[in-house]
Design a binder for this molecule. Sequence first.
Ligand code: ADE
Ligand code: ZN
Length: 337
Amino acid sequence: MADLDTLVAGMPKAELHMHLEGSLEAELTFALAARNGVTMPYASVEALRRAYAFTNLQSFLDLYYAGVNVLLQPQDFYDLTWAYFARAKQDNVVHAELFLGPQGHTARNIPMATVFDGVLRALDDVEQKLGITSRLIMVFQRHQTEDDGFRCLEASAPWHKRIAGVGLGGAEIGHPPQKFARLFAECTKRGFRKVAHAGEEGPAEFVVEALDVLGVERIDHGVRAEEDPALVARLAKSLVPLTVCPISNVKLKVFPDLAHHNVKRLLRAGLCVTINSDDPSYFGGYVNDNLIGCRRALDLTRDDVYRLARNSFVASFLSDADKARHIRQLDDYWTSV
Ligand code: ADE
Ligand code: ZN
């Protein structure tokens, strides 16, 4: 029988926490810069990669927001999206729910249509040619004002039918979920699914706020929830999923290393935990790197990794029938290996 890490790599899985802009690999950055006549502030791919040494979330966000400057045309957004899925296919990702942050592009005078036309055409081709289904989650930047979020919501109206949900990303400290209460209330009225980054760098109380004030159905990261035992009990009971990103957490100094990550404790406490890559090009790991890295560092068992993959389908925005079909295929996989 193949070793457990090979089986983890081969199992079908969904990825639920992946920022499209965070999948921009350094090689593609340089290729797009050349195509678009953009001067890069780095001499080479290697020099750019060397800059990916972060001290906290903000030190990453500074590079991440600057990195998108090479994305100018619909084809650039197409290529970015396609590249992520081509890589995800190698990890046996069968469904992905992607974050896209239009404010980072409209602030650079890139029309919404450029962004959505490129991304959506790629998602259609991906489903047809690679057989991977997807959902799009429009993420509001929390360092911007709530009014700016409302402007983003209005400007994206022509594409709302193709946007499954909304989320909240960016600098967490100083920007509590409460700041976006009215915006999320409006998104509720308009029928969007809702998620939010909370409890990554921010305190457990931001997770509570995201649940109670924004009414989110999934928490992105959420690892600091562990500091509040009552909240852990609530998450275990309600099964509100956490989309945990272990390598991201290590790179942004939330945990010193994977061996000290709390994902195994949260999983064993009965929470609906999933494992994801967040910003794979910046953090140097796709979803299988995260799963296998945790398996080794935390000595996850076959049952743990099965549960993580099962949770990835349960926590998704797929229909109940599609969830059941994926879970059947996952079960078939584990009985066949
Ligand atoms: N945007 C992209 N990656 C993020 C992260 N890890 N936290 C908050 N916002 C983000
Ligand atoms: Zn994220």
